[in-house]
Design a protein around this ligand. Structure first.
Ligand code: ATP
Ligand code: MG
Length: 564
């Protein structure tokens, strides 16, 4: 298996971020400290892209014996919510990472940020601008033309101080004024053209309530939060590269501690949207059942789908980090969970679309307990026994009345093996008044118990089955990609690419009696069907619901081989 993996898929032993850290450690830039942070904005649930960032930040710190903070970048009261805060805490923990006592909020620093703003105004490096948001936008200039200086740019320091204080006290309406940094309206970097630091927003914040009616902009707050927490390596995605000069400018002008920002390429994945705004839209417009819908790329969706923290961490390791944008094939993520499940998931039999088979020469009322291996990949997993009787369910797909050539499953006159049990030969087909097959009749060979016959006869097909009187009912949900195109954003409205067949709900499935007492979080391999887990939300003692995590076919192995 492992020799089918491409170089890109092997865990990176080193990467450009570690090289930067090694260099800092060599020169003593941060006295050998490595202190990272994961800074989500609590405006949505975390997705697999965030998982990459989490694994990177916590993983690097762990490797260097350092620390990682969890910090909520809660500077936008309108979009943020404690529901999101709680989900983020749960998801990072579930992934297996620990921030110990270092959970912070940007809002913890609102007071300090305000003091720093005053410091910049006093130094003549910031001013209150009384232009409207529209005016500010219109005078920003373009990539090829410089912006226009605000008529308020040179208002006296005292006046800006006074206005800024009144902004804070709530004396002005939303949008009437902002505080801007005084940098350079002609800078080729648009972020340096007197960026807005504070805006007036009479909005209630999920933590600070109505204490504030001015809120810091992300660009003003972010670098300072990192500085206050004495972060050494502020790892973020590439789109912030062009903001770095601004963060450095703020810290330089304030004369405070400066972390090193390092940018890496964000995760993009086929068939997947990675924007919280668009994921929120999927939820709000009921294209999915919620943030934790098993088709969602959110951590909570993946968890509900049956992904394990181990498989997601392995995925993050395999994709590595790079400076250049790329798109990861979703089959690599599926490969990671399949690999994990292959080692750990108990094998059981489940019939998704049942068809009844009656074994005419098997004694009525007789039950035999057949020995079955729990996991051939795990010698410690042991065996279990499965009841066998005169009537069993088999998969509807495993029978064809008029089979094509090379159909190795069951058809009239054909012989197959029932896994862990006997050889059976089909003798008759029973139909209802509409011509639908409702039952098949077989005879079994009592000499073939456990899979062989005295005459050495062989059969090509092996079917899974569940004994009718012992079967447990279950609802099983099968999933496909949420989008029907590898790049759902290819069209102006991504919603046209929502796959209408991304979920199929099968009721009346039949599973082995051992599954009667399943619990949330249990997972299995259903022979020939894939990996399944008990649904965390809808499954109960009297109504078992299982989600298919992934099928058995590894399309990544094929891709990896082709690329080699
Ligand atoms: P989105 O674009 O989904 O709204 P975001 O960047 O606005 O994401 P944040 O809550 O600010 O969301 O992200 C927290 C951290 O996760 C940031 O450091 C961000 O760089 C990182 N991150 C977000 N998306 C990805 C991704 N696709 N791949 C890697 N890291 C990501
Ligand atoms: Mg962000």
């Amino acid at each position: 298996m492992s020799d089918a993996l491409t170089a890109a898929e092997k865990p990176q032993t080193t990467n450009f971020i570690k090289e930067i850290i090694n260099e800092h450690n060599r020169t003593g830039k941060y006295e050998g400290r490595v202190h990272t942070r994961f800074p989500p904005e609590p405006n949505g649930y975390l997705h697999i892209g965030h998982a990459k960032s989490i694994c990177l930040n916590f993983g690097i710190a762990q490797e260097y014996g350092g620390k990682t903070n969890l910090r909520f970048d809660d500077t936008n009261p309108c979009k943020e919510d404690t529901e999101y805060v709680d989900s983020i805490i749960e998801d990072v923990r579930w992934l297996g990472f620990d921030w110990e006592d270092r959970m912070y909020y940007a809002s913890d620093y609102f007071g300090q940020l305000y003091e720093y703003a005053i410091q910049l105004i006093k130094a003549g490096k910031a001013y209150v601008d009384s232009q409207t948001a529209d005016e500010i936008r219109q005078t920003r200039g373009t990539l090829t033309e410089p912006g226009k200086e605000s008529p308020y740019r040179d208002r006296p320091v005292e006046e800006s101080l006074d206005l800024f204080e009144k902004m804070k006290k709530g004396e002005f309406p939303d949008g009437s004024m902002v505080l801007r940094a005084k940098i350079d309206m002609a800078s080729p970097n648009m972020n340096m053209r007197d960026p807005v630091m504070y805006r007036i927003l009479h909005a209630e914040h999920h933590r600070t309530g109505n204490e504030w009616c001015i809120y810091p902009m992300y660009d003003w707050a972010h670098g300072i939060c990192d500085s206050i927490e004495r972060i050494t390596h502020s790892i973020c995605t590439l789109e912030f590269e062009i903001h770095r000069p601004l963060y450095d400018w703020f810290l330089e002008e304030l004369g405070v501690y400066r972390p090193q920002q390092i940018e890496f390429a964000r995760l993009n994945m086929t068939y997947t949207l990675m924007s919280k705004r668009k994921l929120l839209q999927l939820v709000k417009e009921n294209h999915v059942s919620g943030w934790d819908d098993p088709r969602m790329p959110t951590i909570s969706g993946l968890r509900r789908r049956g992904y394990t923290p181990e498989s997601i961490r392995t995925f993050a390791e395999k994709i590595g980090v790079a400076k250049a944008d790329s798109v990861v094939d979703i089959s690599l993520l599926e490969h990671c969970i399949r690999d994990d499940m292959n080692k750990r998931a108990p094998r059981v039999m489940a019939v998704l679309r049942p068809l009844k088979m009656v074994i005419e020469n098997y004694p009525e009322g007789q039950v035999e307990m057949m020995e079955a291996q729990n996991n051939p990949e795990d010698p410690d997993a042991g065996n279990r026994v499965v009841p066998f009787s005169r009537e069993v369910y088999i998969e509807r797909d495993d029978f064809m009345e008029n089979p094509p050539k090379k159909y190795f499953r069951l058809s009239p006159g054909a012989e197959v093996r029932l896994k862990h049990a006997y050889y059976v030969t089909c003798t008759d087909v029973i139909k209802d008044e509409n011509g639908e097959i409702v039952e098949i009749r077989c005879k079994y060979d009592p000499e073939s118990r456990g899979g062989g016959t005295p005459d050495g006869r062989r059969v090509l097909g092996t079917l899974h089955w569940v004994s009718v009187p012992h079967a447990v009912d279950a609802e099983i949900r099968l999933y496909e990609h949420l989008f029907s195109k590898p790049n759902p954003e290819e069209d102006p409205d991504f919603r046209v690419n929502i796959n209408p067949d991304s979920v199929e709900v099968l009721k009346g499935c039949k599973v082995e009696p051992g599954l009667k007492t399943v619990k949330t979080g249990d997972f299995f391999q259903f022979l020939r069907q894939g990996y399944f887990c008990v649904d965390r939300v809808d499954s109960s003692e009297d109504h078992i619901v299982l989600n298919r995590t992934t099928g058995l076919k590894d399309s990544w192995a094929k891709i990896a081989k082709k690329d080699k």
